[in-house]
Design a protein around this ligand. Structure first.
Ligand SMILES: CC(C)(COP(=O)(O)OP(=O)(O)OC[C@H]1O[C@@H](n2cnc3c(N)ncnc32)[C@H](O)[C@@H]1OP(=O)(O)O)[C@@H](O)C(=O)NCCC(=O)NCCS
Length: 331
């Protein structure tokens, strides 16, 4: 294998978490569940829900504004915007177009990366990196989810797992705070039916029938299969990206896995033979915020100096599809 060409640089980090905190005890008042069940099965203690006057676009724009400030850039400096989300503001147009307008960017190209579930942000890093390789430009990459408005709040088996939030980075061709050394991504479409939110698509369009049947917001998930695949794919993808860039686990300071569930993270940690300090966890405070978990966790880890200059960090994510994606990032 020849020398691996770096993908691009990360110039700034941002995150936004809505103020409203929902505890497990809150959930126990709404559905037949308990703090004990949720904590034991998932490690989640609380999550954030967006306020009525917030939307996917505002969450994304708030996180993006923090990333721009962190990068010491203005909206004028952005040449392209990609928003990874499975809970977009509307079916059409893309949430990224709305973010462009909200931030006051130039009329640069925008697009959403949708349908990759919780792997969306790392996949977006992959796509944005290739775009930068073709033409040097600064790309705003956001992972955002407003899941509380999209799934059934009566379904205890899925609803208690999720929260709302956003994370963002600015990527560019110039030297920055961190270098994305390489990314690997994969998909197993044969597993598509194991985790679906069909609402609003052509299979299950919003109409009188779907509203009356209650099918309009049903997240269908085989939790156990998702669990097993998430552990396997996230650990394998992390190993694959390290091989791709010619580095080893011994060089890694921190692994930031998708924050779906503390037990999944623990299983990934053990499978990879990592110490507790080497794996970032905030799922206890935010729940699963889909494509926002990885960028928000990276934002926190940089802000709180869990990541410092010289550190090699691995991002690894898994989501509906199934999709998986991992990135090696040298700070
Ligand atoms: C969802 C998950 C926490 C369930 O844990 P589990 O140990 O597999 O639990 P089970 O599915 O066997 O359910 C056990 C029981 O708890 C019940 N239960 C489900 N949700 C509950 C809740 N919120 N409170 C109390 N009981 C609940 C079930 O009805 C079931 O009852 P039964 O045995 O009487 O049928 C676990 O499978 C998981 O985390 N999977 C991955 C999900 C995920 O991360 N998805 C997003 C991927 S990106």
């Amino acid at each position: 294998m020849g020398t691996v060409r770096p993908v691009a640089y990360l110039l700034g980090f941002g995150g936004y978490a809505p103020e409203r905190v929902i505890t497990n005890d809150d959930w126990a008042e709404w559905v037949d569940t308990s703090d004990e069940w949720i904590t034991q099965r998932t490690g989640i203690k609380q999550r954030r829900f967006a306020a009525d006057d917030e939307s996917t676009m505002t969450l994304a724009a708030d996180a993006a504004a923090v990333a721009l400030k962190d990068a010491d850039l203005t909206p004028d400096d952005i040449d392209e915007i990609v928003v990874a989300t499975d809970t977009p503001e509307m079916m059409t147009p893309d949430t990224a177009a709305l973010v462009q307008d909200r931030l006051g960017c130039r009329h640069v190209p925008t697009y959403d990366l949708g349908g990759s579930g919780c792997a969306g942000f790392v996949q977006a890093i992959d796509v944005a990196g290739s775009r930068i390789a073709v033409e040097p430009k600064r790309i705003l990459v956001v992972g955002v989810e407003l899941i509380s408005r999209m799934i059934s709040m009566k379904d205890r088996a899925t609803a208690v797992l999720f929260g709302d939030g956003a994370g963002a980075v600015v990527m560019g061709p110039d030297e920055g705070r961190a270098e994305v050394l390489g990314v690997v991504s994969g998909t197993d479409g044969s597993a598509a039916e194991i985790l679906t939110l069909a609402a609003g698509g052509t299979r299950n369009p919003f109409n009188e029938k779907s509203l009356l049947s209650g099918d309009y917001n049903r997240l269908v998930m085989d939790g156990r299969k998702v669990f097993t695949e998430a552990v396997r794919r996230m650990s394998e993808a992390a190993g694959d990206v390290l091989s791709k860039v010619g580095r080893s686990l011994n060089d890694v300071k921190l692994v930031i896995p998708h924050q779906a569930n503390k037990r999944i993270i623990e299983a990934v940690r053990k499978k990879m033979g990592l110490s507790e300090e080497a794996v970032y966890v905030n799922v206890d405070r935010f729940g699963n915020t889909g494509s926002a978990t990885v960028p928000y966790a990276m934002f926190e880890a940089v802000r709180d100096e869990r990541i410092n200059e010289g550190d090699l960090v691995v991002l690894t994510a898994f989501g509906a599809g199934f999709h998986w994606s991992a990135a090696a990032v040298q700070f």
